[in-house]
Write a protein that binds this ligand. Sequence first.
Ligand SMILES: [Cu+2]
Length: 117
Amino acid sequence: MKYILLFSILFLTNLSISNGQTNAGTEVSTMTTKFKVLGNCGMCEKRIEKAATIDGVTVADWDVDSKILTITFDPAKVKPSQVHKAVAAAGHDTEKVKAADDVYANLHGCCQYEREN
Ligand SMILES: [Cu+2]
């Protein structure tokens, strides 16, 4: 009986150590989200994607037809709300954050999209 108990303890100990080792690897996990950003053309696309690529954002892709911005980001480094702010600061209204009127007014003529209220 003693031996069985000792063996069980050793077995359980080994098991937990090997589990600890398999979990020790550091993986960077990213998340992807989409939201609407207003804009018109290819120039807007470049401006929006550049503005959205702040620290922690690995991919930013805006679609001119659907007006949807897709971002892939590291949630440990950046929150989507920060990307909304960065895009709005470049002159483009997002679902959550509106660009300042003077920044919008300074956009190239063809980029002055119709604003929603
Ligand atoms: Cu444009």
